[in-house]
Design a protein around this ligand. Structure first.
Ligand SMILES: [Zn+2]
Length: 461
């Protein structure tokens, strides 16, 4: 049985690794390919090399960051590697932050796979003991697709434990949205840490994105190549990936893995829902693109209680509009927000009108439930109470058209690049900034409906 001693609250000593002069240790290079564990190898052959590797790395460089990266990139083999565990216990003294971090990675893998409470603890230790600046960009693989591609996610610790999630590539055909998330990754990797802690999934459906990337001449032809896992807009296609969420107000059920219309969820959808369930973000941004030019913009879904009664839209709208203004100021087209007019709006053009707090909010649900609808509805599910959560703020970015810069004539590429950068900038400065932050703990099972009128007793006025 392993014991773990955490530093006492208020303890002021820090380990040398986390001193401010040591920065850069958490860097995981982009495109770093992870060791793929194979069950076929005997444990003797497979497990010892990792502890040898950790030992050799330590002897050669005395760089603790490299040890953490060895642990991250070899999960889940690390979990049952007794030699490696002993090696870690030898290298990092009990009770130190180093030991805590190494043990937590051994057990849980890289940070994108951690449950939210451990990330909260990580944040607390980093603040209390003044860990050095971390560039983040810690990669975790959420799973592997039918096409053999990994669904990658990247963790960046923020200045606070407020948690955000950013997802690109719901629709593989929307290559500009994927490009925006990739630009954002680069900006975060090289710049100051954001206010929000964030996990970014740049391409949720990498197989579908690869189909679209293989047919760049088809972009914006209306065929929507890569939008669905099977088929296109004009041929028989599978369920829209953004209509595969659970019933409004209900939890994702890992034993069933079916959407609100009783259809089996695609594996990528399951990966996303499992991520949301363990990570517990308070806000999500999904990055799409639209071929309807006037629909381009940045929108917020109205949050409701688990029964669909509105919680009030003002702050959701304010966040969407602040993002739209920033994106527009930097060169993005957001006509759908009608900025600067009396009709300025944060509502997605195809969505039902917003109602006042306490009123029943209608949603478009005929083809299934979108991330925006499900995410912005509180979950209060008596069957799966551990998955209850407050309504999340969900922002949808609709980039105007699906083109990446390289899909356009050379003369148009610089303007296009600037437009995609503008969206990334709005995500970074506003969405991940100290803007309209969500209130602390809210009970997801509290009703927002007005109390029923008092029943008049016979004989009273
Ligand atoms: Zn889309």
């Amino acid at each position: 049985m392993r014991t773990q001693t955490l530093p006492a609250a208020g303890e002021t000593t820090t380990t040398s690794f986390f001193s401010k002069k040591n920065s850069g240790h958490f860097f995981t290079p982009a495109g770093h390919s992870f060791f793929k564990p194979s069950g076929a190898l005997s444990p003797d052959l497979q497990l010892s090399p990792l502890s040898d590797q950790a030992d050799a790395s330590w002897t050669a460089s005395k760089d603790k960051g490299k040890i953490f990266d060895i642990l991250r990139s070899n999960f889940p083999v690390t979990k049952s590697d007794a030699d490696l565990r002993q090696c870690i216990e030898r290298l990092f003294a009990q009770g130190t932050d180093d030991r805590w971090l190494a043990s937590t990675i051994l057990d849980n893998g890289p940070e994108p796979l951690w449950p939210g409470n451990l990330l909260a603890q990580r944040q607390q230790l980093a603040q209390q003991h003044q860990w050095g600046d971390e560039p983040g960009h810690i990669q975790g693989t959420l799973g592997t697709t039918a096409g053999g591609r990994s669904v990658d996610s990247f963790f960046f610790p923020g200045k606070t434990d407020n948690r955000a999630l950013i997802v690109g590539g719901f629709h593989g055909s929307e290559l500009s949205g994927i490009a925006v998330t990739e630009i954002l990754l680069e900006k975060l990797r090289t710049g100051p840490r954001p206010f929000y802690t964030v996990i970014i999934v740049p391409r949720l459906f990498p197989d579908n994105a690869a189909v679209a990337e293989g047919k760049p001449k088809q972009i914006e032809t209306g065929e929507n190549v890569g939008r669905y896992t099977k088929g296109t807009e004009s041929t028989d296609h599978s369920t829209d990936p953004n209509r595969e969420m659970p019933k409004l107000g209900k939890a994702y059920d890992p034993a069933v893995k079916k959407d609100a219309k009783d259809r089996p969820m695609e594996p990528e959808e399951v990966m996303l829902l499992e991520l949301i369930d363990r990570y517990r973000p308070t806000r999500i941004a999904a990055i799409h693109s639209t071929h309807t030019l006037n629909d381009a913009g940045i929108y917020a879904d109205p949050r409701t209680d688990s029964s669909g009664f509105a919680l009030g839209y003002d702050t959701d709208k304010a966040l969407a509009l602040e993002m739209a203004k920033k994106a527009n100021e930097k060169g993005a087209n957001v006509p759908g927000n009608k900025l600067g007019t009396k009709n300025e709006t944060g509502l997605y053009p195809l969505d039902k009108p917003i109602v006042d707090a306490g009123k029943k909010q209608e949603r478009a649900t005929s083809t299934g439930i979108s991330l925006g609808g499900w995410g912005s509805t509180a979950v209060c599910d008596p069957k799966l109470p551990a998955s209850n959560r407050p309504a999340m703020r969900v922002i949808t970015v609709e980039v105007q058209q699906a083109y990446r810069p390289q899909d356009l004539d050379a003369s148009k590429q610089a303007v296009r690049q600037a437009e995609l950068e503008a969206h990334a900038q709005a995500l970074r400065e506003i969405f991940l900034g100290d803007v309209q932050t969500e209130a602390g703990s809210q009970d997801p099972c509290v009703s927002a409906a007005p109390p029923p009128p008092p029943v008049k007793k016979p004989g009273t006025k």
